[in-house]
Ligand binder design. Structure first.
Ligand code: NAD
Length: 254
């Protein structure tokens, strides 16, 4: 068991990569705090974990709201006394080149994807600092490093998360807190389905062109990213600090 007795909080774990990570973390012995904006989706993840004999609770919170995030962290600390792993996974997609993006849509992507990392870190870090222990995993994307068409707000947000990860690592290394980033390529989840529908007249054709862009010739699976998250959450990655971890089927290099 690679996460035995670890208290792990995964934002946005009612769907996709977060959900897959929650199931895997629980299988590896963690107690998983499943967070999502949507209670029904989060509860489903919890039920699946419990049905498999794992430990999980759901805590609803909007990662862009300080009150909501503080209440979530208070609930977890009140019940378990600590948080060993924080996986900032919640995120939304954004489509359009700069001139096509309306300010409200821009603000939403920037808020969920950056403020939604900042706030859980802000409220969890004091507890990790006190115990001088912790692993924080921030969800960036390979788009932080490569230019893709019509993804202005999303690229900006994920580039910021990567820069924030490095800056945080410098600030918290002396507290024995590791902060690393995941950079997935295109992983087939509801998020990607939604993006494809909004962006292309023919989503099937789009999938084929994405496959060609990734050296692997295929889209990734949520489990591919969950395995990388497990590694960063566990002590096996003890010597990784402020690192970007690519799970992109070669998209960054292709
Ligand atoms: P998903 O849409 O399947 O899951 C995201 C979850 O986050 C949803 O359950 C949603 O309800 C939740 N969420 C959204 N806003 C929230 C908020 N304000 N507060 C709390 N929860 C909120 O998406 P996914 O594909 O699993 O993506 C997860 C993360 O991985 C995102 O940060 C995304 O940007 C990143 N990512 C995904 C891909 C991909 O190809 N799927 C690639 C690179 C990075």
């Amino acid at each position: 068991m690679r996460l035995q007795n670890k208290i792990t909080l995964i934002t946005g774990s009612g769907s996709g990569i977060g959900r897959s990570s929650a199931l895997l973390f629980a299988r590896e012995g963690a107690t998983v705090i499943v967070n999502d904006l949507h209670e029904d989706k989060g509860q489903e993840t919890v039920e699946d974990i419990q049905a498999a004999g794992g430990q999980a609770i759901f805590v609803q919170a909007n990662v862009t709201s300080p009150e909501s995030v503080q209440a979530m962290v208070d609930t977890v600390i009140g019940r378990y006394g600590r948080i060993d792993v924080l996986f900032n996974n919640a995120g939304v997609s954004g489509v359009g080149a700069i001139h096509e993006v309306e300010p409200e849509a821009w603000d939403r992507v920037i808020s969920v994807n950056i403020r939604g990392v900042y706030l859980p870190c802000k409220f969890v870090l004091p507890y990790m600092m006190e115990r001088r222990e912790g692993s924080i995993i921030n969800m960036s994307s390979c788009i932080a490093e490569i230019g893709l068409a019509r993804r202005a707000s999303y690229s900006a947000s994920k580039g910021a998360v990567l820069a924030l990860t490095k800056s945080m690592q410098v600030d918290y290394a002396s507290y024995n807190i590791r902060v690393n980033a995941l950079l997935p390529g295109t992983i087939f989840t509801p998020f990607v389905e939604d993006y494809l529908k909004k962006s292309y007249d023919n989503p099937e054709e789009a999938i084929e062109s994405i496959k060609k862009r990734q050296l692997s010739g295929e889209l990734g699976r949520p489990e591919d990213v969950a395995n990388a998250a497990l590694f960063l959450a566990s002590d096996e990655s003890r010597f990784m600090m402020g690192s970007p971890l690519y799970i992109d089927g070669g998209a960054t290099f292709g």
